[in-house]
Write a protein that binds this ligand. Sequence first.
Ligand SMILES: [Zn+2]
Ligand SMILES: [Zn+2]
Length: 276
Amino acid sequence: MDRGVKRVKVWILGTGSNGNAVLVEGDGTRVLIDVGFGPRTLATRLKAACVDPASIDACLLTHDHSDHVSGVARAARRWGWAVFATGGTSQAPVLADVSVTPLPVGQPMRIEGLEITALPIPHDATEPVGFLATSVSTGARASICYDIGHADENVRTLCREVDVLVLEANHDEGMLWAGPYPPWLCQRIAGNVGHLSNRAAGALARDSVTARTAHVVLAHLSQQNNTPEMARSVVRSALRGTPFRGKLTTAPQDGVVGPFMPRGGRVEDPRQYSLF
Ligand SMILES: [Zn+2]
Ligand SMILES: [Zn+2]
């Protein structure tokens, strides 16, 4: 892969309650957002995207839930990654033996060719954040926002006018309340610090996209309370009548999809990579 290409590229290496990892590349810099998979799974998925794990410059964590941090200690040890997390996230027992650099919240941080902005987001974890990654040379922007209970002002700031928008579309409200989960769990998921529904994701996407938006990528879909078709259908309807002319994609739990890139003329289709 040409690391000299001055564009932001995003791959989803898997997303959902069984694990999350998102690779962002820009100006030759690679950062991994969340490590919710073990090193073996992660290595397979990075290989599918033709990325050497040792070439990753830093690892950034959104929050301390196990589907986002379970593999970070082993991966950081194996591949020598620098790990960045908020003070709250770094208290997680799974990070006890990891050297964690404090993540500045609300202040952009430069990691070589990428500028990273972390803002607090509403979720039932300790100091959770969402990320905006900006290419220093081109200004191309990608937002990674999942595990958000509702779209508050920070979430809106992170998602506004980006080239690639990775956004949670966790559940269909009807399926959630009619499904097998006990009421307390439904309440937690649908609550203010739980997870974003398809409807809320659609409304947020609608308010966020502009003509520059090349990709809206729906992430962290529930396998019980959602289907990719439903998520796409709800968000596609919400995007009707907006200037958005890009691609709408759902990212799978157990597969790799990408690269999602800013517009370079025609918006390119992402690839679904087969794992072996
Ligand atoms: Zn999660
Ligand atoms: Zn979470």
